[in-house]
Design a protein around this ligand. Sequence first.
Ligand SMILES: Cc1cc2nc3c(=O)[nH]c(=O)nc-3n(C[C@H](O)[C@H](O)[C@H](O)COP(=O)(O)OP(=O)(O)OC[C@H]3O[C@@H](n4cnc5c(N)ncnc54)[C@H](O)[C@@H]3O)c2cc1C
Length: 238
Amino acid sequence: MKIYWTKINKIIEETPEVKTYLLDCPEDFTWEEGAHTHFALEGFNAGDKPNRSLIRHMSISTLPHERSIGITTRIREQCSEFKSILRTLEVGNEVAIFKTHSNVPLKREGKNVYLLSSGVGLATFRPLVLDYFERADNVNHIHSLNIDSSRDFLFTNIFASAPDKKFTSQFVDNRHDYYEEVKKLAADKEGFFYVVGSDEFLVQNIEVLREQGMKPEQIMLDKREQQLPNFLSLDLSV
Ligand SMILES: Cc1cc2nc3c(=O)[nH]c(=O)nc-3n(C[C@H](O)[C@H](O)[C@H](O)COP(=O)(O)OP(=O)(O)OC[C@H]3O[C@@H](n4cnc5c(N)ncnc54)[C@H](O)[C@@H]3O)c2cc1C
């Protein structure tokens, strides 16, 4: 496993609580849309065993041609040790990234794609949408639905409906409206439904999608192959 130490080159305040850390891209480092990485802070590998409190999974919110690795995260006032250290980092400070992999590349099978996310979950989808804008081959249409109760919606310059690009985007601030919309979207029995958010969010979305007749192979989760059955073979009667 190769550990890439790299520097923060810019910090973007997306909203009062959400920041994007742009990292220099090491020459031999590349990734696919939908990728996540292990994002680690100085000292994480100083002892015999890696210090897990200094490592988090994070999606990469940029594409390689943007020339920086983007990590977008919410830092609340009450936060973990990891985030309280991250909050103090500045441009020029070093961080590490390793074990990068995409579980959710864009499916180009001539279908409609629905991107369902909660809060900063939208960061996982930013590169999928940019990839689609650059090359729409074999994707019929993309629709994004994001729920964020803070109402400080993210990436609104990209996630704006554009009929000419066959892209639509919706933001909602409450669960009722969110699940009503999911049910409407699920009228498309052929589409692919990507879901990104907390495990609880995944479980609820899967339940609604399965009730609407969606098959497990139509539901894409940012989980390793081995973890998928834990979510997608849920017994609906439970
Ligand atoms: C494949 C994958 C991709 C991911 N991608 C991203 C991503 O792109 N961006 C992202 O942000 N996360 C992502 N995550 C989740 C990420 O790994 C972290 O689990 C998440 O950001 C929470 O971070 P944290 O544990 O540092 O907790 P925090 O975010 O600091 O806290 C989590 C919650 O606990 C509360 N809390 C924490 N500490 C305290 C305390 N001391 N007192 C009271 N309340 C407290 C906070 O208010 C918050 O509500 C991803 C996870 C996976 C598996």
